[in-house]
Design a binder for this molecule. Structure first.
Ligand code: NAD
Ligand code: UGA
Length: 355
């Protein structure tokens, strides 16, 4: 199949591009950066366009028309950016993504749109502030595509512009689908992790996600910053598991993915961010530090100091993956320790992406 992959040079995009090429597809990749895909740049079934989607000299209409499938990963995907540059987040993650979707509508092309688990927002426990009888019950934090409500924070917590932009995009795609004008599949990733996830702080503009902050702290011997004490929880999914699922969504056997939204994540891999820091410290001590080297401690940092005003967190999110299990027979395999060892080894061995 001839696939147009927008955002092919990012974390997910680079792993997915490699997999799609080995699945036998022909790929047109587009991204502002190509360093994460340099190992496949010479592939004879890959054309890579190092371009900005906002550049009107890019003939988006032609690219979409000439592809059989469009995969859209382009976004600002790091929370630090949602706080620093909320308008840019809206303009890229909604307005530019809408242009891509509308080109798919015009040319009758199938679209796989990357959304986010962030659309679910906070749990009922977060807004009822402990008034529930059993606040630790995971049912409150387990989100299902067809039934869970979306709970976002107030306007002055502008971190939510990302979730809101993604949510609005999903709703517009759904509306096009209802009118029979677009064959879409929406993907809501739950915290994928793996080699190439992000640059370390200072290696590229803008703040990365938590793994890179912790990795950098371990490498530099500085405290690992725990935002608001690291009490919030995430479920981490290894990129190889995720890419296996994405490859099945691309294959779309019998059209089962048409007009569907899928959670993709690993519900068994839940940890608090404090727990993540603790596990990374232990792995670093056991596998990577020189004997006797001190392992840096953690340090609590208020979110306002770390991110600035306008930050608010998702307290807890666990994917209900019954739908991908049933429709695609997919199941994540990697546990938290294994995925962290593999990802940390990539950065410790100096193979982290350099820009
Ligand atoms: P990423 O930042 O590594 O990838 C996004 C890519 O888009 C980058 O390579 C970036 O260079 C590119 N891009 C940004 N602006 C562009 C522009 N103007 N023109 C061309 N390219 C541009 O992030 P990722 O983790 O690979 O995420 C990919 C998608 O999945 C995003 O839509 C993100 O919101 C979504 N997502 C990811 C996760 C996750 O676990 N990684 C979770 C939820 C949602
Ligand atoms: C991110 C982004 O919103 C998206 O890429 C995506 O939608 C989502 O992950 C996902 O991967 O599913 P988040 O999990 O909040 O959201 O991003 P991180 O920056 O990795 O933060 C995770 C947690 O660690 C947050 O509680 C944050 O406050 C905390 N954190 C972050 C620290 O405690 N220390 C740090 O140094 C950085």
């Amino acid at each position: 199949m001839k696939i147009l992959c927008l955002g092919a040079g990012g974390f997910i995009g680079s792993h997915l591009s490699q997999r799609l090429l080995s699945d036998g597809h022909t790929l047109i990749g587009l991204d502002t950066h190509s360093d994460k895909v340099e190992d496949v740049l010479g592939h004879d079934r890959l054309t890579f366009l190092e371009k900005d989607i906002r550049d009107r000299a890019v003939d988006l209409d032609r690219l979409v028309r000439e592809a059989e499938l469009v995969i859209d990963l382009i976004a600002y995907a790091n929370p630090g950016v949602y706080v620093e540059r909320p308008l840019d987040v809206f303009q890229l993650n909604f307005t530019e993504n809408m242009r891509i979707a509308e080109a798919c509508v015009r040319h009758g092309r199938r679209l796989i749109q990357f959304s986010s688990c962030e659309v679910y927002g906070k749990t009922a426990v977060a807004i009822l502030r402990g008034a529930l009888p059993d606040p630790e019950n995971p049912a409150y934090a387990t989100f299902a595509e067809e039934t869970s409500d979306f709970i976002l924070g107030p306007l002055n917590k502008h971190r939510w512009i990302y979730a809101c932009a993604k949510q609005l995009l999903e709703r517009v795609l759904h509306a096009y689908g209802l009118e029979g004008k677009l064959r879409y599949t929406i993907i809501r990733p739950f915290n994928f992790i793996g080699p190439k996830i992000d640059y370390l702080p200072g290696e590229a503009p803008g703040p990365p996600r938590v793994f890179s902050f912790f990795m950098e702290a371990l490498l530099q011997g500085r405290p690992l910053p725990l935002v608001d004490g690291g009490r919030h929880r995430r479920c981490y999914c290894y990129i190889d598991d995720a890419v296996e699922c994405l490859s099945r969504i691309v294959a779309n056997p019998g059209g089962v993915c048409d007009l569907q939204v899928f959670n993709v994540g690993a519900p068994g891999n839940e940890t608090s961010i404090r727990g993540l820091a603790g596990l990374m410290r232990r792995i670093y001590a056991e596998k990577f530090a020189a004997p006797g080297d001190p392992i840096p401690e953690t340090e609590d940092v208020p979110s306002e100091r770390f991110y600035g005003r306008g930050y608010e967190d998702s307290d807890r999110r666990i994917p209900d993956i019954s739908k991908v299990r049933t429709l695609l027979g997919w199941e994540p395999k990697f546990g938290l320790r294994d995925m962290l060892e593999l990802t940390m080894a990539y950065y410790v061995n100096g193979r982290g992406p350099k820009r």
